[in-house]
Ligand binder design. Structure first.
Ligand SMILES: Cc1cc2nc3c(=O)[nH]c(=O)nc-3n(C[C@H](O)[C@H](O)[C@H](O)COP(=O)(O)OP(=O)(O)OC[C@H]3O[C@@H](n4cnc5c(N)ncnc54)[C@H](O)[C@@H]3O)c2cc1C
Length: 815
């Protein structure tokens, strides 16, 4: 007889490290009526053969958070669940071959310190003293991570499973999920052992996540790579050393050569991420098998030759060892290499915790995050970097394969701010893509849409090599400056395809919207910024609300926010609402025309009433085509957004461009826009605006209408106001060196860490390096001098008054 229960609150599909950790954390949160279904034995997927490295290093704040949590959980897990496990904290040395690599390390040291971890930079001599077998040719230094180590992945999974079972959760093995259907607001999950009904379901099926996703009508954006590591026989010299000092070597990562090398008993384990990598199960002649439990791919050592030779030159004792075993297993990749953790897009009460490339070191943190999503509908840390909704409809299989291979081959690459990764491009093109490309546009995708970042002139170096820098200077700098100054002195035009746009129309629309946003919905004919808070008062999103009629709005939001924001609206729309809510993103397009001569340009080509003030909108004609002219400018100058039907983009662009020639009009790109907006203190979503901060911390109180009887987040915000805000949004001017402050640079005062930056850039109109950030509230005093740590060095920064640096009274904007 089947031991499958007929009902559970949550069903988790997949019993690898991630499924087990999700079950453990759900049970820990008191949700013990949860069942994990595993088609084979626990760990049968990628988990059983993983090398088990547990780094804390990440250049992403949220992923570092997740890994830090994992490492600290693993230190105590064996005792907590009474299941002893092999977890060796050996520390690690991450080698740096270049100045830019050392800068990356120094930034991570700063982030680590903020998260309570004491990472360190080593000189080549210090490296040798920790790793006597190493040659230091071509090295500039290293990052030392004392928390790094390795864990037995099977023991980790079994330990988490035991902990979950002890709390009352259930695990059913050899129970493959074969289908899912929705009945009476419940999920019915089918298996050969029968059916189980549940409120919530979690796809934790690892490299089978795409197959499981199909059962829910969801195309999981992922692909599968083959990943290998080589185990070597015992090395007598290493054995002797290890016995003498009484510990193992720290794990070595030569990230510029792209491999790790770990002591395994008295031998070694070499794991490269090769450029000449291999995808699997991507073509008809290499179909994904029905079942691959506990299986491996055939060895493919040729691919690893270069890496093996490089490692032997670095650690010559490796050359004396015989090869004992090769492990070549499947490893899933999402297009950016981050996992998918969070709501399953478009599918009610379903979540994803899958497609992990570092699922052993992330399992602890991922389980915590997943459990929060399920039990609370929100997470403690902002986890947008892993949110499945960061991808939308453009992630077809070709795209996933191209991106997965690119990321795998560059697993340890530095992500420089002006480098736009080349694979999987041109998924969505603006109707004037060809025109702006001919003008020199350098593109980067936003939610699949290619947008101009800056405009190169003939002779400018647009090679990938030129972008390998954290510095402000480069072939783009002069051009971005010219674009910014054109916007300041004349006018600029920016093509903005893919601006997400939702239409809310019908009786009750205004009242509903008013209950969701912190402020007031604008009157018909006007547009305004609106902030959406969660029940804790944290910033979920920002949208521009364009009121067409009393109960008819367009909500406009970031391209990348399309699925995230639409789901937020859908989730809060009452089932019996009389108004409609539609995503009309692809019907429209937008161009920004801004700068002091923009009125003269429009006067020559449109029938609009150009005397209408800031924050108004009107229907007008340009080139005989209807458009909505919206009097706003994210650049902070006189200007209009020209919203058109997508098909009319080209005609309007041509006419405006022609007319603009006499008025100094230049095309400008997203890089210039970022510089212009930061001078105005305008926040960017998922940098300055995230659920890591409340609306009050974000300095957005002027967008809160306390007089409204209620709105989402009001109670929490009232409480916070009463108790006092602990950190505050500030604008800083920084006496920076050759780099502006990247996201999450630490702020210092009196020898203490007192905050962090959320974005930074050079402001060409004010001629200063600017950072936006969050500072301890008592220090948010205009004129106060603090320090900001940028790539390891501290620079003087001044807290600016709570107003835009450029045009503080908005005279130019309202001209
Ligand atoms: C060679 C190699 C070395 C690695 N080394 C490391 C490392 O050092 N550190 C690190 O952090 N990561 C490492 N990884 C990655 C790591 O193995 C994975 O990220 C991790 O195991 C993923 O765990 P998971 O639970 O998401 O997936 P999996 O372990 O693949 O588990 C998914 C489970 O779902 C089950 N399943 C699938 N379909 C169904 C269904 N329909 N019904 C029921 N059950 C189903 C499968 O049987 C499987 O057990 C390595 C990977 C490889 C290939």
């Amino acid at each position: 007889m089947s031991n499958l229960p007929s009902h559970a609150r949550v069903v988790i599909i997949g019993g690898g490290a991630i499924g087990a950790s999700s079950l453990y954390h759900l049970a820990k949160a008191g949700w013990t009526d949860c069942v994990l279904l595993e088609k084979n034995e626990l760990t049968a997927g990628s988990t059983w053969h993983a090398a088990g490295n547990v780094p804390t290093f990440s250049s992403s704040w949220s992923i570092m958070n997740m890994q830090r949590y994992s490492a600290s959980l693993y230190r105590e897990l064996g005792v907590l669940v009474d299941y002893p496990m092999n977890y060796h904290v050996t520390g690690s040395i991450r080698l740096g071959h270049s100045k830019e690599r050392l800068r990356e390390f120094k930034r991570v040291v700063g982030m680590g310190r903020y998260q309570g971890m004491d990472l360190d930079i080593l000189t080549p001599d210090e490296i040798r003293s920790r790793y006597p077998f190493l040659k230091t040719h071509e090295l500039m230094g290293a990052l030392y991570d004392p928390y790094d180590g390795d864990i037995d992945p099977a023991q980790l999974t079994q330990g988490l499973a035991k902990g979950a079972r002890d709390m009352g959760a259930k695990i059913i093995r050899f129970c493959p999920v074969t289908g899912a259907r929705r009945e009476n607001d419940e999920w019915v999950i089918t298996t050969p052992q029968g059916e189980i009904r549940c409120e919530y379901v979690v796809n934790a099926a690892g490299y089978y996540a795409r197959e499981v996703g199909k059962m829910f009508g969801r195309a999981v954006p992922m692909m599968v790579m083959s990943h290998q590591y080589i185990l070597f026989d015992e090395i007598p010299e290493l054995a002797a050393w290890s016995k003498e000092v009484g510990h193992k070597l720290p794990l070595l990562r030569d990230v510029d050569s792209s491999y790790y090398l770990r002591q395994e008993k008295y031998g070694m384990n070499l794991g490269p991420y090769e450029r000449n990598c291999r995808a699997h199960w991507t073509t008809p002649d290499d179909p994904m098998p029905e079942d691959f439990s506990f299986q491996l791919f055939p060895d493919d050592l040729e691919r690893l030759d270069w890496y093996l030779n490089d490692a032997v030159e670095r650690v010559p004792i490796l050359g004396t060892a015989g090869l004992s075993r090769v492990i070549n297993g499947p490893i899933p990749y999402a297009p950016d290499g981050n996992p998918l953790i969070g709501p399953m897009p478009g599918v009610p009460n379903a979540f994803e915790a899958c497609v992990f490339t570092f699922g052993i070191c992330q399992a602890g943190g991922a389980g915590k995050v997943l459990a929060e999503w399920v039990t609370e509908g929100q997470t403690e840390w902002d986890m947008w970097s892993c949110d499945p909704r960061r991808y939308t409809d453009y992630t077809d299989q070709d795209y996933c394969i191209a991106k997965g291979m690119e990321i795998y081959g560059h697993e340890y690459a530095m992500h420089f701010p002006k480098h736009y990764w080349p694979a999987g491009r041109n998924k969505k093109l603006s109707p004037i893509h060809g025109r702006i490309a001919a003008l020199g546009a350098q593109f980067k995708p936003y939610n699949g849409w290619e947008r101009a970042m800056w405009y190169a002139k003939p002779g400018d170096d647009t090679s990938e090599e030129a972008t390998q820098t954290w510095g402000r200077e480069g072939p783009w700098a002069k051009r971005i400056e010219e674009e910014c100054l054109a916007v300041r002195d004349a006018a600029g035009i920016l093509d903005l395809p893919g601006f997400s746009r939702f239409r809310v129309k019908g009786e009750g629309a205004r009242e509903w919207l008013s209950g969701l946003i912190t402020g007031r919905a604008p009157k018909p004919g006007r547009i305004g910024l609106a902030y959406f808070a969660d029940d804790k008062g944290r910033i979920v999103t920002e949208m521009s609300v364009m009121a067409i009629e009393e109960d008819f709005f367009f909500l406009i939001t970031a391209a990348t926010a399309q699925w995230h924001d639409f789901e937020w609206l859908q989730k809060h729309r009452p089932a019996d609402a009389a108004f409609t809510l539609d995503d009309v993103t692809t019907n429209f397009s937008c161009q920004i025309l801004t700068g002091p001569t923009s009125r003269d340009i429009l006067a020559g080509v449109s029938d609009a009433d150009l005397s209408k003030g800031w924050l108004t909108h009107q229907t007008a004609q340009i080139a005989g085509r209807y458009c909505q002219l919206v009097r706003v400018s994210f650049a902070g100058e006189l200007g209009w957004e020209i919203h058109t039907k997508a098909d009319d983009t080209a005609a309007i662009f041509d006419v405006v461009s022609d007319a603009g020639q006499r008025h100094g009009l230049k095309p400008f790109g997203m890089e210039a826009l970022d510089s212009l907006r930061i001078e105005k203190g305008y926040r960017a979503w998922k940098g300055d605006l995230s659920t890591d901060y409340t609306v009050l911390q974000g300095g957005l109180e002027r967008f809160v209408d306390w007089a409204k009887p209620s709105f989402k987040g009001k109670a929490a915000l009232e409480r916070e106001k009463q108790q006092g805000v602990i950190k505050r949004f500030v604008t800083l001017t920084v006496e920076a060196g050759d780099c502006d402050a990247p996201y999450m640079s630490t702020l210092w005062f009196g020898g203490q860490v007192v905050g962090e930056t959320t974005s930074g850039n050079w402001g060409y109109r004010v001629g200063k390096s600017i950072a936006l950030g969050m500072l301890r509230a008592d220090l948010a005093v205009p004129g106060l001098e603090i320090e900001v740590e940028i790539f390891g060095d501290r620079f003087k920064a001044t807290v600016e008054p709570d107003q835009p640096l450029w045009d503080p009274s908005n005279e130019r904007l309202k001209a």
